[in-house]
Design a protein around this ligand. Structure first.
Ligand SMILES: [Zn+2]
Length: 454
């Protein structure tokens, strides 16, 4: 299994300069390669305008990584006389990025790629880009003191945090480092190790336990057993701080594209301070989400969540900020792989499955339920429950049907599976849902459930 471990670094000023130099070397190699490829394509285009036959044109350049590396090694004495100051891995980083970029572009042109069309690679500028460099050969190791990492040409760099998690695995011989990626992000250097680890088969603490998780804005998550996990709302808490920092920024002379005005140093400092507030919120949020998903995956063998239409919800401007604050997409992504690690499974209910509108007691679907109604009151069976708790229970009930286990016996009607599948929610009860209004409301059954099992 391939996993990544990321640690913040505390390099000395000299090491930081050296890291930047390596990242710069990657950019130089990238731009050099792109120039060569572009010149070749332009040459062929020009020759075509002279009416030269296709087979007599200048041959196309091989832009695979090995070919680019060979060409670079021939050209580097002229293109970068200082090449000896950097590890060859630095140049390899840039050439690899270029080879991948060109491949994506040509695949996209041939229609071999899904998603949006990919543009031709563009030159990397010195400004406004993320510095990064990847090492895949040479001395890459974690020191036994768990406070230092050693990288080729850069030597031993102090880490900001303990490397215990990874060091323990390496020490026990359960892991092997494939590469190390250094990246300058949010004003600090990080190293991310790509590691091949032995996957130890884990099992959830509670086998056969099903949990429905209703993700929300008021609470980060409400579980089907009634547990409510509070939304940390870091952004809300930091807003005052952020507003203050933004005011300072706006009072100083910032960059202006129209007039070509350069930012003052005071503006740059203030802006960096503002960014720091944002970054802290990002890290806090990431931490809360990881803790939630890890707990769920460790505890339950089956997790059911909703497929939330995040892009659509963000269009609701009243909710957008809070939804972004929660990070629904990240939660789903993490649950997918963490459930797999723990031999559990994740079920994603279809986007139109009416988890909030269905009564978790009797299965009646309400035609309408406004967002402001925080308590679910069933008019058929008299159930009164917190809105999100009710939704979570409906999601949990869905698991039985995806598995197809015992649904015939539980619903007490002797009905066949097909019938069961057509009714929304609440099938775990022994009371058959009354054939009143609203049961078949909503989209076709096919849409309703969209199981995605890892
Ligand atoms: Zn009811």
């Amino acid at each position: 299994m391939i996993r990544a471990y990321r640690f913040a670094l505390d390099p000395t000023p000299r090491q930081a300069r050296n890291l930047s130099r390596h990242a710069g070397a990657a950019r130089v190699a990238f731009n050099w390669g792109l120039t060569v490829v572009k010149a070749n394509l332009a040459q062929r285009d020009a020759e075509r305008t002279y009416g030269i036959a296709e087979r007599d044109l200048t041959p196309t350049l091989d832009w695979s990584l090995p070919a680019l590396r060979r060409a670079w090694n021939r050209a580097k004495p002229q293109a970068a006389p200082w090449w000896n100051a950097c590890s060859k891995e630095a140049f390899n980083t840039g050439l690899d990025q270029l080879a991948k970029g060109l491949k994506r572009w040509s695949d996209s042109r041939k229609g071999g790629r899904t998603g949006r069309p990919v543009g031709f690679p563009r030159f990397k500028t010195k400004r406004a880009r993320t510095l990064s460099v990847r090492f895949s050969t040479g001395t890459i190791r974690l020191e036994a003191d768990r406070r230092h990492v050693t990288l080729p040409r850069l030597g031993s760099i102090k880490t900001h945090e303990s490397t215990r998690k990874l060091e323990r695995k390496l020490g026990a011989g359960n892991a092997r480092i494939l590469s190390a990626n250094c990246r300058f992000e949010h004003g600090r250097w990080f190293v991310a190790f790509t590691v091949e680890t032995v996957h130890s088969a884990k099992t959830p603490r509670r086998l056969d336990a099903v949990v429905g998780v209703d993700l929300g804005v008021t609470h980060l998550a409400v579980l089907s057993d009634g547990t409510m996990i509070d939304n940390p709302r870091h952004y809300e808490a930091a807003r005052r701080k952020l507003a203050r920092a933004s005011r300072t920024v706006s009072r100083r002379r910032g960059p202006d594209k129209r007039t070509g005005q350069q930012a003052s140093n005071r503006w740059l400092r203030a802006n960096a301070k503002r960014n720091k507030v944002h970054q802290k919120v990002t890290y806090q949020r990431r931490d809360a989400i990881h803790k939630l998903t890890t707990t769920l995956a460790h505890e339950y063998s089956t997790i059911v969540i909703e497929d939330l239409h995040v892009a659509g919800m963000l269009r609701n401007r009243k909710l957008a900020r809070q939804i972004q604050d929660v990070g629904f997409g990240a939660i789903r992504r993490q649950l997918t792989y963490k459930a797999e690690w723990n031999s559990g499974r994740l079920i994603v209910a279809g986007r139109w499955y009416p988890s909030s509108k269905t009564c978790s007691g009797c299965g009646t679907v309400k035609p309408k339920l406004s967002l402001a109604q925080r308590t679910f009151k069933c008019t058929t069976c008299g159930l009164v429950l917190d809105r999100d708790h009710n939704a979570a229970r409906n999601l949990a009930a869905l698991a039985a049907h995806v598995a197809g286990s015992g649904s015939e016996t539980v619903n007490g009607r002797g009905a066949d599976r097909k019938t069961t599948h057509c009714v929304a929610g609440g099938r775990e009860t022994s009371t058959p849902p009354p054939a009143s209004i609203g049961i078949r409301r909503g989209p076709s059954p096919g849409n309703r459930r969209d199981p995605e099992e890892p």
